[in-house]
Ligand binder design. Sequence first.
Ligand code: BT5
Length: 262
Amino acid sequence: KNGLQTDLIGNKIVYIKEVDSTNLYARKIALEGAEDGTVVIADAQTAGRGRLGRNWSSMAGKGIWMSVVLRPQISPEEVQIITLGASVAAIKAIYDVTGIRAGIKWPNDIICDGKKVCGILTEMNSEVEMVNFLILGIGINVNHTILDFPDEIKSIATSLAVYSGMNDKKNVKLFRRSDIIKKLLYELEQIYNKIKKGAVKDIIDEWKLYSATLGKQVRVIYKNDTYTGTALDIRDDGRLVVKCDDGCTRDVFSGEVSVRGI
Ligand code: BT5
C-alpha cells in the first residue's frame, strides 16, 4: 500500500502533473463524493491560491503542492483547529526529514529565518451547522533556489534547500519531496485523530511550542482598522488573543485579518 504509514489519509492519492489549484481540484472531487482522507498532489499549479484571493507561487518540481479532502464532524467555528493542527504536522514533518526547525506565524505561515517556507489554506463547504467537507491545502517550498522565486516574493520567501545552505554552491542540499509527503501524511493523520477525539487542547499546546507569534508585538489589520499590541495567547478555537496598546484585549479570527510582526 504505497509505503504510507497511515490508515486513512492518503488511502487514495490523485497525482496530477499540472493543475490550476489542488484545492480547487480537491473541492471538485469532494463534491463528487471523494472519501475522507483523499489526497491531491500536483507537480505544478498554474493558479495556486493563498488566503483572501492572494496567489501562491507553485513552480513545477520545486515544492509540495497538496490538498486533502477531510470530512470531520465539526462545526464551522471549529475549522480553525485544522489549520493550526496542519501547521504542527508540517513543522514536524519538515524537522523529521530535514532537521530544520521552522516556526509558526499565526495562523498559517511556517517560517524559517523570518521568511515563509510553507503556507496552509483551509477552505470549507458547510451546511448550516456542520461542516460537510473541508479542503486542507498545504504548500511547501522545498528545492527552490532564491532565483526561482518571482521577484515580488524574493525577499519574503525561502525554501528548505535555500535555508539549509543551497546558495553555497559547494554545499547543494536537495530534499526528496516524497519523503516529506510521507511524513506529512503520517503527522496529519495523528492530528486528525486527535481532532476527532476532541483532544483539541493537545494540538493548541503543541502549536504554542512552535509559535513564532506569541509574546511578540503584532499589527492587526482588519478591513480599514489597524491596531497594534502584544500577542498573548491562543484560544481553544484558534483565535489569537491580542492585548492592544489601547489597553483592550481583543480576540482575532484568522479569516478577516492580516497580522504582521513589528
Ligand atoms: C497562504 O496564503 O499562505 C496559503 C498558501 C496555500 C498554498 C497551497 S498549495 C496547495 C493548495 N492549493 C492551492 O491553490 N493552495 C494551497 P497567504 O497567507 O494568503 O499567503 C499568500 C502570500 O504569500 C502571497 O500574497 C505572497 O506574498 C506570498 N507567497 C506566494 N507564493 C509564495 C511561496 N511559494 N512561498 C512563500 N510565499 C509565497
